[in-house]
Write a protein that binds this ligand. Structure first.
Ligand code: CU
Length: 381
């Protein structure tokens, strides 16, 4: 583990002691080995860099004022909660915080507008793991290989949410009572919030210039289930958003403070790097932000209309047209369908355009596309 100066700062992760680390047995609470590479080198503990309101007001000029918004739902929410089951619009699902996984949505179903029968959409959806490996060979940083969900627990590290910075004032809150890995009861007040919000895009709109002149549009409202987990220096927002059109969106974003590496330098070179530390970016005097990833996996166990279905990848493929074709086009794209039968690295990229969907194959020949899976970058820093 690395050593931090924790006194008199709200940002201890910005004050690591360089060239000093230790190996600790956390079960026995014993220090097994100390790596003191300081010798007679002067210690450059980075200065404090606090983000509390008082410090910011003192050290930074205030941002220009923003006109106030009104955020309210005067008639109360239009969803119902019975125990942990939520009903909203055509949706019905189970919502609960879990000690390890954090926010868990189970048995989500959507009511068919024609038959009024609830049709299964997914069995369970939750964060599965987040791997955060820091890319430095230095003793001070090389031990930073975090498994934030499995090692620390997205549920037991859930934090009480504030209004309006975490959730809007009209939210409904849920407390969490969980059991830690050590067998202790962990209670987190206001650990999950549930709220409706108007979408920033319309549900549907069209202007028709041909035929009968026509212009119409419809707004849409979303239901957001949110949990915020603080793992060390990072605060992760997990949002599961239900939409009136039958889609579910899951997103994770990070805020908080940076875990940085101390260095003895105060200035950057022209490339914003140091030749003796190519493993990060200079953040400020004595601070290097070590390169690292946040690799997040979600468990998405979809059961559209039950468990009898297939996972299919549609990949776009270029098709060259004959040089003498009548329209003068050189190429078009067409869709190649592949039924995925085993776990695979089937990533879609900007150069390998594809999409996934799950279809239900009925007896005989009819095929119905029931669910489409879209992957997009949702990280927000
Ligand atoms: Cu990070």
């Amino acid at each position: 583990m690395t050593c931090l100066v924790v006194a008199n700062t709200t940002n201890p992760f910005f004050r690591p002691v360089p060239l000093l680390s230790a190996v600790v047995d956390s079960d026995r609470k014993q220090v097994l080995k100390v790596y003191d590479r300081l010798g007679s080198v002067p210690v450059h503990v980075p200065p404090a860099n606090d983000y509390d309101d008082e410090t910011l007001a003192r050290e930074l000029s205030p941002l220009p004022q923003v006109s106030p918004f009104l955020l309210s739902q005067p008639l109360g929410p239009s969803f119902q909660v019975h125990g942990n089951t939520v009903s909203w619009q055509s949706w019905r699902f189970h919502l609960k915080p879990h000690a390890r996984a954090g926010l868990v949505v189970s048995q989500a179903a959507f009511q068919d507008p024609h038959t009024k029968v609830y049709r299964s959409v997914l069995y369970q959806l939750h964060p599965s793991e987040m791997f955060v490996p820091y890319q430095s060979p230095d003793l001070d940083s090389a031990n930073r290989d975090y498994a934030d969900v499995g090692e620390y627990g997205f549920g037991v590290l859930g934090t009480t949410m504030g209004v309006p910075s975490d959730c809007p004032p009209h939210s409904v809150f849920f407390n969490a009572t969980l059991v830690s890995a050590a067998g202790q009861v962990v209670v987190v007040d206001r650990a999950v919030c549930l709220f409706e919000r108007p979408s920033s895009v319309s549900a549907w709109r069209h202007v028709e210039e041909f035929g009968t002149p026509f212009a119409n549009g419809r707004t849409q409202v979303e239901l957001v289930a949110r949990m915020v987990t603080t793992v060390g220096n990072y605060d992760y927002f997990v949002d599961v958003t239900f939409k009136q059109d039958g889609s579910i969106n899951v997103a994770i974003s990070a805020t908080g403070i940076l875990e940085i590496e101390a260095c003895a330098h105060t200035r950057v070179d022209p490339n914003n790097r140091f030749r003796d530390n190519p493993y990060g970016t200079m953040m400020s005097p004595f601070h290097i932000g070590t390169f690292h990833d946040h690799l997040v996996n979600f468990r998405v166990d979809l059961d559209p209309d039950g468990t009898e279905n297939r996972f299919v990848r549609e990949q776009l493929q270029r098709e060259r047209l004959p040089p003498d074709n009548a329209v003068g086009r050189k190429s078009i794209w067409r869709v190649q369908e592949k039924v995925m039968t085993a776990p695979c690295a089937c990533a879609c990229t900007h150069v390998r355009v594809c999409q996934w969907f799950i279809d239900v194959v009925h007896v005989c020949v009819e095929k119905v596309v029931t669910a489409r899976v879209h992957a997009c970058v949702s990280a927000v820093y």
